[in-house]
Ligand binder design. Structure first.
Ligand code: KG4
Ligand code: ZN
Length: 357
């Protein structure tokens, strides 16, 4: 075996290692979540994340090589996420990646985390051949830090819309926190919403200037009012006790979570309708942590079918942070001879995708 791309992802609170072959088949993918280490703080603590990456990375690398039945001698390039993310956390994967590449005498490919998410919709985590990436497509990235729509056109990437305040995932997380559902909130809201009925829709925010940007911060205020109305004091600050168990959630709370989820998805659909149609995209990818959401996975493809847009939601296993997407993005860059800053890459907390070369 040879021609493998080895990748590291350490931009936030997931440590991940993956190996893909030259055709984009995922041969190994290991992810160590640090959720438990951060839960008591109600969010990610950067210093804890960086230290955990240092501990987690070596065993994940050994495990990935053994899953793929490969050795380091089979690796012909190393990729690692260089940003955007927590600098201390990024440095762990980036330094390890550069060091290994240097030692092996192979190219090093710095990868943009959001480009990797956008491309994850074309990869099969089970190891089948990756789908062909179209020359032009739209990419909606919905995660804890991003709610952005991009146009990928050849090597060029343009941003078509962004959130003006909170990201969609942040909205899920903040609502969940207020409702005492713990961290991370998205999966908890998803679970309760399945038992609820969306009956009191929240308005989809519109800007006076008709901008197609996203906005999710107003939702928090509306939810706070509804929680108060229900006699449930909104939770703020550090979590004071364990999260509410699903089984203890009353029906009215499940209904509220269904309304929240519906409002977030309605806004995504509204913006896609207003941007994607004039752009005449044939393909739209939907990726990032929020792409794991049940209603997102249902409604966006359904919307696409009515508009003649092939909506490709990332495989569920690749919605959260993972290294398969990093390896695949790296592989494409390697094939195109576009290694960016290569070994000179630095860790970046901010790195607008549209500035990528
Ligand atoms: O992509 P990701 O793992 O990390 C970032 O790069 O931000 O996304 C994490 C976000 C969190 O806000 C989390 O609550 C949200 O994705 N999320 C969900 C679901 N699963 C994860 N949101 C809604 N429904 C879900 N099932
Ligand atoms: Zn991410």
């Amino acid at each position: 075996m040879s021609g493998l791309v080895l990748a590291f992802e350490t931009s936030c609170d997931e440590t991940a290692v993956a190996l893909v072959d030259a055709a984009g088949r995922a041969l190994a993918s290991r992810v160590a979540s640090q959720e438990d280490a951060h839960r008591a703080f109600g969010g990610v603590v950067p210093e804890i994340a960086a230290r955990a990456h240092l501990t987690n990375l070596p065993p994940l690398l050994d495990g990935s090589l053994s899953d793929a039945g490969a050795s380091l001698a089979d690796v012909s390039a190393v990729a690692a996420t260089a940003g955007p993310g927590l600098v201390g956390a990024l440095l762990v994967g980036l330094s390890e990646g550069k060091g290994l590449a240097l030692g092996l005498g192979v190219p090093f490919i710095p990868v943009h985390h959001i480009e990797a998410h956008a491309l994850s919709a074309f990869v099969d985590p089970a190891g089948a051949l990756a789908a062909a990436v179209p020359g032009r497509f739209g990419a909606l990235v919905v995660s804890g830090g991003h709610t952005h729509l991009y146009r990928f056109s050849g090597p060029r990437i343009d941003r078509l819309a962004r959130t003006r305040d909170d990201a969609a995932g942040e909205a899920f997380d903040k609502v969940a926190k207020m409702a005492g559902l713990g961290y991370p909130g998205g999966p908890a809201v998803d679970r309760l919403a399945r038992r609820g009925r969306a009956a009191r829709p929240f308005a989809v925010p519109q800007f006076k200037d008709r901008s197609t940007d996203f906005s999710f911060s107003g939702l928090k205020t509306s939810v706070r009012e509804r929680l108060t109305e229900m006699g449930r004091a909104p939770v703020s600050g550090l979590p004071s006790g364990p999260a509410l168990a699903d089984a203890d959630a009353p029906q009215e709370l499940c209904d509220l979570m269904a309304d929240v989820e519906a409002a977030i998805v309605a806004q995504l659909v509204d913006r896609m309708d207003r941007i994607v149609r004039p752009e005449r995209f044939e393909v739209l990818t939907v990726s990032g942590g929020v792409a794991a959401n049940t209603l997102v996975r249902e409604r966006l493809p359904a919307w696409g079918r009515t508009r003649g847009v092939d909506v490709r939601v990332a495989p569920k296993a690749l919605t959260g942070d993972n290294a398969v997407m990093v390896a695949f993005a790296g592989l494409r860059r390697l094939a195109a001879g576009r290694l960016g800053e290569g070994f000179g890459a630095v860790a970046r907390s901010r790195w607008p995708l549209e500035t990528l070369v």
